[in-house]
Design a protein around this ligand. Structure first.
Ligand SMILES: Nc1ncnc2c1ncn2[C@@H]1O[C@H](COP(=O)(O)OP(=O)(O)O)[C@@H](O)[C@H]1O
Ligand SMILES: N[C@@H](CC(=O)OP(=O)(O)O)C(=O)O
Length: 422
């Protein structure tokens, strides 16, 4: 039997009617049985659902947001389907369910579980529309709910995969189906042991593609993006970028670790372990080769820039005239871990620990309240973390022009700076 291949289409590739049409054209000559297509929510739907949740939490009226979101999807359907097509009833139904779920009680205590339930609608709605459109185009595909095979723990918003159970479900439920049909499913979502919806972390659909690929022993994964492949910087932020024709798993993982948002950071590891190549290709130029990420890529030393926005620099200063010791670091890391906060950069001085973290709702307040008895805490918000791999000294000043530097760190291969616009 031919090996499975996995395609992933993110939000940008299904952001409007013509994007969905383009997706169908990409699949027209490529779709075959044994293929899994993973789709994300359409455009910025997840952000829109997050805004609805924020309004609900603060007791504001969010009905207009829901109407706008429904109209956004309805407009896409009107562009793709004739009046009276069953997709319109599906859409009505899903928005009815979403509104019912939004009626339920939300507090800071059940926020994460509630969040997962609500934001999952983005992927469910998108996958319904895309599946209906493909079938309407006679590209026959089976719609499957990812929550039936992607098993996780109950760590809502950052759920961890139960790899064994996921593999079993993929092999027993989906493998037989794939022998006859391609499957279309959702990225980003899974279910916990009680069957409750979980999510894998923002932008987690790339990771879903990797989970399904390893669980189905796939031959390859292709993620379709609005860029020609993996470049040496985000082309939306930096001019004169260069595309990598190939990258080693390790290099790609390093780029994503520092924040290159083109691939979700958890995607590479399972693929590397299983030796499954990852192709990053452009949905705007599907015939172009893109970037191949695999084991035997030749090593390069091209300077590579990664920019992470919305960063907070927090400094913890000891107040009792002692110096920083292991116990201080341990204490800070323990609290960070309990809040599921990842450190993007760390710097130690004799009397302080400085960390850089992502901006996340409520988290800074919680961190400060947990540590304010031990340390004098200062923080700066609205910062950017700039990482340059294989830096060339002469190019650094131009990247810092017009910025104030708050923290800087360099090793032989990596230069990092926390900066703020002047
Ligand atoms: N090194 C990089 N190479 C290519 N694209 C990058 C890089 N770093 C960041 N990006 C950004 O990643 C975007 C594609 O990823 P993303 O928006 O998450 O896709 P999707 O949500 O459609 O899956 C590009 O539009 C680009 O702005
Ligand atoms: N829709 C989710 C999951 C995702 O991965 O989306 P995208 O493939 O558009 O990055 C998010 O926005 O976080």
């Amino acid at each position: 039997m031919a090996k499975t291949s996995v395609y992933k289409f993110g939000g940008a590739s299904v952001k409007d009617g013509s994007a969905v049409r383009n997706l169908a054209e990409i699949l027209r000559n490529r779709l075959r049985k044994n293929m899994v297509i993973v789709v994300s929510a359409m455009g910025k739907t997840t952000n829109a659902l997050e805004s609805i949740l924020a309004k609900k939490l603060s007791g504001e009226d969010f009905s207009l947001n829901c109407t706008i979101l429904k109209e956004f999807h309805q407009d896409i359907c009107q562009e793709l389907f004739p009046a009276g097509h069953p997709v319109f009833a599906h859409l009505d139904n899903l928005f009815l369910q979403l509104n019912n779920d939004l009626e339920k009680k939300l507090s800071r205590d059940n926020y994460d579980e509630f969040y997962d339930r609500i934001v999952s609608y983005g992927e469910v709605i998108s996958s319904r529309i895309v599946a209906e459109y493909l079938c309407y185009q006679e590209l026959i595909i089976l719609w499957q709910d990812a929550r039936e095979v992607i098993h996780t723990d109950s760590d809502f918003r950052f759920a961890k995969i139960d790899w064994e159970k996921t593999r079993k479900s993929c092999q027993s439920s989906w493998k037989p189906l794939l022998a006859n049909f391609p499957i279309l499913t959702q990225g980003f979502i899974g279910s916990d042991p009680k069957g409750r919806t979980t999510t894998l972390g923002r932008e987690g659909s790339d990771f879903t593609a990797a989970i399904l690929a390893t669980s189905l022993d796939a031959a390859s994964v292709t993620i379709w993006k609005d860029v020609p492949g993996v470049l040496n910087a985000d082309p939306k932020l930096f001019p004169n970028t260069r595309k990598f024709d190939e990258l080693g798993y390790r290099e790609a993982a390093e780029m994503t670790y520092f924040g290159a948002s083109v691939i979700h950071p958890k995607t590479i590891k399972p693929l590397a372990n299983a030796g499954i190549p990852l192709f990053v290709k452009s949905f705007l130029d599907p015939e172009a080769p893109g970037t191949k990420i695999h084991e035997h890529a030749s090593v390069h030393h091209v300077p590579t820039i990664v920019l992470k926005k919305d960063q907070i620099l927090v400094s913890f200063k000891v107040t009792d005239f002692t110096f920083i010791e292991e116990k201080h670091i341990h204490s800070v890391y323990e609290k960070l871990q309990s809040l599921k906060l990842r450190v993007n950069m760390l710097q130690l001085s004799a009397i302080s620990i400085s960390i850089v973290i992502d901006t996340q709702l409520f988290k800074l307040d919680q961190l400060i309240s947990k540590l304010r008895d031990e340390f004098e805490i200062r923080y700066n918000e609205g910062l950017e973390l700039l990482t340059i791999l294989h830096q060339q000294e002469e190019e650094i000043p131009s990247l810092l022009e017009g910025y104030e530097v708050l923290l800087e760190q360099a090793s032989r291969n990596t230069f990092q700076v926390v900066r703020r616009k002047n």
